[in-house]
Structures are given as C-alpha cells and as structure tokens.
Design a protein around this ligand. Structure first.
Ligand code: ADP
Ligand code: MG
Length: 623
C-alpha cells in the first residue's frame, strides 16, 4: 500500500478530513462522531491556543476578541483590501507583516499577533489528529482545497498553513473540482475519449457563496487524466447560511420586543443561545414543515412561536435570489447557455434547504446532484484526488456496468429488483407498486443493492418516504418508482403517486463503500443461496396474497353467513384456519414453510370460498 494522503476541505465555517481507500472515499470522524470541525480557534492570555473547533465555537460570544472564526476570508489578503469584512468581525484585524491582514488577540501582556495561516494551521492540526486517531498511523501529506478564485498568494498561504501543521500540501485543488471528482466526474479515461462536459458547482456555505462553471475534457498529455478548466466563477464572500440565521434572530428579537417591551437586555450567553437556536430551527426545517421556537427570558417569561417552512422560505428568499443572480452572471461570463450545462453539483450545508434545491433546479433546468452529503462532498473529492496522486487504484469508481442489482424493499421483507446486475450504464427502469394497508398515506421506499431475494441479505443504500398520498384502500394507489443510473454511476430513485401527483426522490452513489472483493463475494453467495432464496421469496409472495384473500373472505362472510348452508360456512372456515396457520408459520420463519403445501391450502380456500363471493356479489347487486 502506498502512503496515505489525506483529503482536506479547509472551509470558512467548517473543515473536514477524508480518505479514499478501496471502499471509496469517506470522511473521518472525531471521538464523538463529528466529521465537521468548526474552523474556529480561541487564544488564551498568553496568546496560546486554548480551544479549536466545536469547543471554541461554543464560547465564541463570551470571548469575542479571543475567538477567531472565518479566518479564511483574511488569508493572503492585505488589511486594506478587507476593511469591510474586518469591520463585521468581532475580533481585531490589523495589518501584519508586509501589510497582510493579521489578527490581534488580547493577552495579559497586551496583545499578540496571529496570522490567518496560523489559525488555519491549528484547524489543520486538529484534522490531522482526527485522521491519525482513526487510521492509527501517522500521516504527513494532504490534498487541500481552496476556492477557485484564490490567487497565488492565497494558495501559497494555504501551503504555509499546512506546513505549520506538519503536513505537506501535495496538491492544492479547487473546491468545485474536488466536488466534481467526488461524483466521479472527470475520471481517468478508461472508456476512451469522452466529450467535454460542463459542470456548474453551486456552493452555498455558512458565510460565502460561490458558483463555478467548469469544463472537463480528457487531456492526452496528462497521462490519462482529465483537465478541469474553470470557465467562470462568481459569488459573494459575504452571503451564506449565517445571513439566514440572522434573519431568524432579527424576527425573534423584533417579536420579543413587541410582546414584552423594548427594555430587554440580552446578555452574550443569551445571544449565543439564540444564534444556535436560530440555526437549529433552520436546519430542522430542511426536514420538517414546522418547528417551535422557544426562548426563556427569565422571570418566568417565555417567548414561543411556531415557525413553518414557508415562514423560513420567506426570510431566505432574498438571499437565495442573490445566489441566482450570481449564477446568471457566471453563465454569461463563461459564454455557456444553460442548456449546455451537463451537470449541476450542490455543495455546502445551506444547499440542504429545499428552497435552494428547488431554485437551483429551476434556474439550471435540471435536477442537481445531491447523492453526497453537501458539506462532505469537497473533502470526499479531495480524498479522491489524493488517491489518484498516491497511485491507488480507482477502478472501483469506474463501472461501465452495474456491479450489483438495484431494487427496493417490498412487503414482507422481499426485494423487487428494478435494474439487474451487468446492465450497462446509463440505465433506467420503471415499475408500479402500491400500498399494502388500507388508508395508507405514506410509503417508505427503501433502496437496496445486491443479488439475494431478501432485504436482510442485501445492502441498504438509503430510504425516503413518499408522503401525503390521499387515503385509499390497499392496492389502489399507483406508486411509480423509477431508477435512473447515469453515466457517472449516480443513482436517482424517484417515486410518484399517479393519482395525487405526490412525488419524492433520493440520490445515491451505489459504488461507494463497496470493494471489488465484496462484489465477488456477494455474487458467489447469490449463486449458493439461489434455490433457498427463490423459495423464501415465493413464500413471502404467497403470504402477501393469502393475507389479502383472507381479508376479502372475512368481510364477505360476515355479510352473507346467514344465507349460506352451515356446511359451506364450516368448510370455508376450516380452509381459512389452515391458511392462517401457514401465515403464522411464514411470519415465524419463511424458509421452513413448504411452499407447495401453502399454495395448495390457498387454492383450496379460493375454491371453497366461491359460494361466499357469489352470494356477496348477488347481495350487493340487490342493494
Ligand atoms: P463552509 O463551506 O462555509 O465552511 P458549510 O458548507 O459547512 O460551510 O455550511 C455551513 C452552513 O450550512 C451553515 O450556515 C449551516 O447552518 C448550514 N446548514 C448545515 N446543515 C443544514 C441543513 N440541514 N439545512 C440548512 N442549512 C444547513
Ligand atoms: Mg465549503
């Protein structure tokens, strides 16, 4: 194995470290399971570092002048250049060596000067520690990402920061390029020459917004590599999720004043709480439709209000609109029209907001890539670049055919396959499903990968819910599920309920987390268990159908019992009991049920119940 090279996203708000091994790229986590390290450092009375990351962030409001965040905005820039940015930061920004912006932190002896790259170095050192703890060996090299618009000085400052942290920055990569690599865009040309592709990378983070238009072409001179060319960038270094948090805070403060009078004084700890709280509400509304805001104001007074997603979207809309203006400008600058953009990639935590996804899709006229975690995608791509540089094989990401079948979970824990193993990529398949319970308004779509017949023997790729189906009897809703794997191996699963038009979808990268060896093992197992699996699948299908039959017959029998000869009723009931005992056995252990006997019992019930149905039909015709 070659030396491991880390992939690092050194962000304005948050930073992460990832690696790429034979399972594909993955982020590394600290001992508490956190992948995101807030890019925040607090300095002590001697100018020493007292906290980095989450811990430093937690007390930022209490130590406004000692806690440095957003230092990336200052990296490699002159103090005069960033006057406006500096004015909004609670710590002091002063001209440092050669007029470059530096930070003056208070100490017991007066003050100490810290450069932005020193701050970055402390964050990088934390990431290095996280990586070494998880990998259980030392690492000394990293690929580090920077915004596409960073100039040479800023790139050099980033290298310096790495060096201070004991890391060699083997390559500085543009963030949008890294995000594209994470999606397998612009991979080494194993499939022969590909046409140039145009990618829009929309990156909406905590404090900055960037849009980049890239062109990827195969580059013969670069030994099978691809050439990523930045055609245009645009954005706003003072626009991000923080603005939306602030809009929520402003709303809350205004309403508190209106309700409780103007004379409320917010101590710093309350302001900090309010900030976390506003962000929490915003994040919650990416998943839910409503959330409750509650702020204790002391002396028994509490401010409480429901915030809906619509409320939040009204607050966020002006900021989202500003990102769209930049998108249009970048398109114009790149000389591309919207139709010539092949892919749109979403980056940054703020792109989890439904309003952002909707608007980006509207402006670019295509569904953006969302399979990967938007706040992890840059680090994952940096790790992919690191693996390429280390010479690690990447054939895992290079499937021309589906290595394993893809499908969804159906009733009873069986797997319905929509796309079969070895299907050539791109691939598409559609299938109709329905509900299994009367009045069911939500359907869970559980996306599975593997060759076996049962959920427990396949790999779960993700799940989502189709909500808001109007209540109907079981089997009536028509849920069309579509699988689409594009040429980059990204799977898009969407579900639409035909009558109501309700839809929901998910994206995943099925090849991640899977090694060649595992693919082989899964294939071998499917052969070994083929017979037993088929049997279990058949029992499950019988179970589902028999349960539906029983339900019908029970209802009909209740209505017409009095009109039937006692012997017929007794016969039907005996057959029903027999089927019920098969159902119970199938629930206990489907593998041990004799499918043929089960089938015969079900047939016998169907035959015996013919008079019941006839009477029931005659009765409904009469009434
Ligand atoms: P940066 O690139 O600036 O370091 P990130 O990509 O980590 O920033 O994004 C941080 C921002 O994303 C924060 O404003 C945070 O509140 C926001 N964010 C994270 N998760 C969500 C979510 N589920 N819904 C809405 N916003 C989110
Ligand atoms: Mg970022």
């Amino acid at each position: 194995m070659s030396t491991q090279i880390l992939g690092i996203d050194l962000g304005t708000t948050n930073s992460l470290v990832a690696i790429c091994d034979e399972r594909g790229p993955r982020v590394l986590r600290d001992e508490d399971g956190h992948a995101l390290v807030p890019s925040v450092v607090r300095f002590g009375t001697r100018g020493e570092v007292v906290a980095v990351g989450r811990e430093a962030l937690a007390h930022a409001v209490e130590f406004p002048r000692e806690t440095v965040y957003s230092a990336k905005r200052l990296v490699g820039r002159s103090a005069t250049e960033i006057g406006e940015v500096a004015a909004r930061l609670p710590y002091r920004v002063v001209p440092g060596p050669r007029g470059i912006a530096a930070i003056e932190v208070p100490t017991s002896a007066g003050s100490a000067l810290v450069t932005p790259q020193e701050v970055a170095a402390h964050v990088l050192a934390r990431l290095k520690t996280i990586a070494e703890r998880e990998l259980q060996h030392g690492v000394s090299k990293a690929v580090i990402t920077v915004p596409a618009y960073f100039d040479d000085g800023q790139r050099q400052a980033t290298r310096d920061a790495a060096r201070l942290a004991g890391l060699e920055a083997v390559r500085i990569v543009n963030e949008p390029t890294a995000a594209s690599l994470a999606y397998g865009l612009g991979r080494p040309a194993s499939r022969g020459p590909r046409k140039a592709e145009r990618i829009a990378v929309y990156d909406f983070g905590g404090g900055t917004f960037d849009i980049s238009i890239l062109e990827i072409s195969s580059d013969e001179s670069a030994a099978g590599g691809d050439l990523f060319q930045v055609l245009a960038t645009a954005g706003d270094t003072a626009l991000g999720g923080d603005d939306i948090d602030r809009a929520i805070i402003d709303l809350v403060m205004r309403e508190i004043r209106e309700t409780f009078g103007a004379a409320l004084d917010f101590p710093p700890s309350a302001r900090q709480a309010l900030r976390q709280f506003a962000e929490g509400a915003k994040v919650a509304l990416s998943e839910r439709e409503t959330t409750t805001l509650e702020v204790g104001l002391g002396t028994g007074r509490t401010y409480r209000r429901t915030l809906t997603r619509a409320d939040l979207e009204a607050l966020a809309a002006p900021f989202v609109e500003r990102t769209l203006v930049s998108c249009r400008r970048a398109l114009a600058d790149s000389g591309c029209n919207v139709e010539s953009i092949d892919r749109v990639v979403l980056v940054g935590g703020s792109t989890r907001m439904p309003i952002v996804r909707r608007e980006v899709e509207r402006v670019f006229g295509k569904v953006p890539y969302t399979a990967l975690n938007p706040d992890e995608v840059v680090a994952l791509g940096a790790a992919v670049q690191a693996a390429i540089l280390a010479g690690d094989r990447r054939d895992l990401l290079l499937f021309d055919v589906l290595p394993l079948s893809l499908g969804i979970e159906t009733v009873g824990g069986a797997v319905a396959k929509l796309l079969m193993r070895n299907a050539t990529v791109p691939a598409r398949a559609k299938e109709m499903f329905s509900t299994s319970v009367d009045g069911q308004t939500n359907v869970k779509i559980h996306v599975m990968q593997g060759e076996r017949e049962l959920v427990q023997h396949c790999r779960s790729l993700g799940q989502f819910e189709l909500r808001g189906i109007p209540p109907m009897p079981a089997g009536i809703p028509q849920v069309e599920v579509e699988f689409l794997v594009d040429q980059n191996g990204v799977l898009d699963v969407s579900a639409v309920e035909r009558r109501s038009g309700r839809r929901a979808s998910i994206q995943v990268v099925p090849s991640y987390g899977l090694t060649r060896d595992e693919v082989d093992r899964i294939e071998a197992e499917s052969f070994r268990h083929a017979r037993e699996d088929m049997h279990v699948h058949r029992v499950i299908d019988l179970r589902v159908n028999a349960a539906l039959d029983l339900k019908w017959i029970e209802t009909a029998l209740a209505r017409v019992r009095g009109e039937l000869p006692a012997a017929t009723v007794a016969e039907v009931e005996a057959r029903m009991d027999e089927v019920r005992s098969f159902l119970a056995a199938a629930d206990r252990d489907a593998a041990s049920v004799d499918a043929n006997c089960f089938h015969q019992a079900k047939d016998a019930l169907d035959r015996a119940s013919v008079p019941v149905h006839e009477k029931a039909i005659a009765q409904s015709l009469r009434s």
